[in-house]
Design a protein around this ligand. Structure first.
Ligand SMILES: Cc1cc2nc3c(=O)[nH]c(=O)nc-3n(C[C@H](O)[C@H](O)[C@H](O)COP(=O)(O)OP(=O)(O)OC[C@H]3O[C@@H](n4cnc5c(N)ncnc54)[C@H](O)[C@@H]3O)c2cc1C
Length: 463
């Protein structure tokens, strides 16, 4: 290690205590990576220190020292990100808030006050224990509040109540220069000047460290069912989605998945996917205050789907059955990961989803590759997997991805609707966004982080 990193060790130990500063590489291995597929995951730097503060004050002291010494700081959450966003790619400090994991539920205001190191699983449970509900479910329950906010996570169950941005009502943050600030509160309305809180949401650990958040919860809906609606082809399945939403039925989730990917995920979990008819399936989660409300929504959906030749639907009613369906759906990524090169999350207007899928078919045909495609159909957000061929990364991965991004942009979409830019998408970010927009973002970064110490080399290239 260089002298400077060694110098900082003692200072960090003074702040958090010796046992919460890790300098031995073998004890920090799991902090050096996220869930990005191996083929493209950036490598961690050599000279790193892992530090685990227990309070906002300690986070502030750590950042003050790092800023003064110009030492990079990499905030990490649950390390479930898919674009290398938290990987410590330069020498510096890995900052984990895992010890800051308390959650209080304010039942009167229907909000949770959660420290940034609490996990999605913790939040779901805390809401449930208070007889409330946190609807969003971005796949991996090990993700932390800080990471979920920093990536503005979406996922399944975003159709009815929106993505993470819609839930965050307040944040406590520490600036790279060490000042502690609070934005928002237990408030539904707030128009006080520029909305810096929403600038921070989705800023991928490059503007400040999030230490606490106020998160909107909902009353338990009373009744919920999960509907699996199989179709003989994709166009019929996807064509049904806008019609459901136009009818006034707003499900919690509308997912499109092919039977092949569902069976792969089920097999990976040693389970069985319950619906074996129909290549193309919609998974629809419905909630309401009464059994009647939910069943009349089911009937409406069945009537709409009828015009598109569905096979017989399956209705999962028990909590166990519904959780099994969500578990299998959430594990498609994990099941495919070892044979995958990259997972894209292009998002287009919902009405253009079929066009995007057709374009992807053409690209797959042109390059002669298998590209599993599924996703959050109710949000126009697809997960497109670029796979290995005979275990190897195909030579034309870059061309395939560029053609997919171009197709998305042509259809009025964006290159990422969920996972963000991180380390992996910097080139595409530069290519597909107007220069002026990027330079505005750079200026904002400079104001928050004048010495460029926070998560350097992410979103923008280093330097
Ligand atoms: C199986 C699987 C399924 C997934 N499904 C979805 C999905 O459906 N939708 C979706 O949106 N995502 C999905 N993801 C991606 C991932 O779970 C989300 O991006 C999640 O929000 C990341 O949270 P994390 O705590 O793991 O963050 P990390 O991966 O640790 O970090 C992500 C970013 O947040 C920053 N960060 C972390 N904590 C803080 C903090 N306290 N302050 C400031 N910055 C911080 C990091 O620096 C980094 O830039 C999935 C991932 C997996 C593995």
């Amino acid at each position: 290690m260089t002298r400077r990193i060694e110098d900082i060790t003692g200072k960090l130990e003074d702040i958090v205590g010796q046992e919460w500063v890790v300098t031995k590489r073998e004890y920090m291995e799991s902090y050096l990576r996220d869930e990005t597929p191996d083929a493209l995951r950036p490598s961690a730097a050599e000279d790193l220190i892992l530090v685990k503060p227990s309070s906002t004050k300690e986070v502030s002291q750590i950042l003050k020292v790092a800023n003064k010494m110009h030492v990079p700081v990499f905030p990490v959450g649950g390390r479930t990100g898919l674009v290398g966003g938290c990987v410590p790619t330069e020498r510096g400090i890995i900052l984990s808030l895992e010890r800051m994991n308390k959650i209080e539920v304010d039942k009167e205001n229907l909000m949770a006050i959660a420290e940034a190191g609490a996990t999605l699983g913790d939040l779901i449970k805390a809401a449930d224990d208070a007889d409330l509900f946190f609807p969003l479910h971005p796949g991996d329950e090990g993700a932390q509040i800080g990471g979920l906010i920093s990536t503005n996570a979406g996922g399944v169950r975003a159709v009815k109540y929106g993505v993470m941005r819609s839930y965050v009502k307040g944040v406590e943050v520490v600036l790279p220069t060490g000042e502690i600030l609070n934005f928002g509160g237990l408030l539904i309305k707030n128009n006080t000047g520029y909305d810096l809180m929403h600038l921070i949401i989705g800023s991928e650990g490059t503007l400040c460290v999030i230490t606490k958040a106020i998160i909107k919860l909902y009353p338990k809906s009373g009744y919920s069912v999960t509907l699996v609606l199989p179709f003989n082809n994709r166009a019929n399945a996807i064509g049904t989605v806008p019609k459901i939403l136009q009818s006034g039925v707003i499900p919690l989730a509308i997912e499109y998945v092919g039977i092949r990917e569902l069976n792969t995920a089920a097999e990976h979990l040693s389970e069985e996917w319950p619906v074996q008819t129909g290549n193309a399936q919609l998974i629809i989660i419905l909630s309401g205050s009464s059994e009647d409300e939910v069943y009349s929504a089911c009937e409406k959906i069945s009537e709409i789907a009828e015009k598109n030749n569905p096979y017989e639907a399956m209705i999962a009613e028990t909590r166990e059955e519904q959780e099994r369906i969500l578990r299998i759906r959430s594990n498609i990524y994990t099941a495919l990961k070892s044979s995958m090169v990259d997972i894209l999350d292009v998002t287009v207007p919902m009405s253009k989803l079929s066009d995007l899928m057709n374009s992807i078919d053409e690209i797959a045909k042109k390059y002669g590759v298998y590209m599993p495609v599924y996703g959050h159909a109710g949000d126009g957000n697809l997960h497109i997997h670029v796979m290995r061929e005979d275990g190897e990364v195909p030579k034309y991965v870059k061309e395939i991805k560029d053609e997919i991004y171009s197709a998305g942009i042509r259809l009025g979409g964006v290159i990422t609707g969920e996972h963000g830019i991180g380390k992996l998408r910097i080139e595409e970010f530069k290519k597909f966004l107007p220069e002026k927009e990027i330079s505005l973002m750079r200026e904002i970064k400079r104001i928050f982080d004048p010495n460029g110490i926070l998560n350097p080399g992410k979103v923008f290239p280093s330097g």
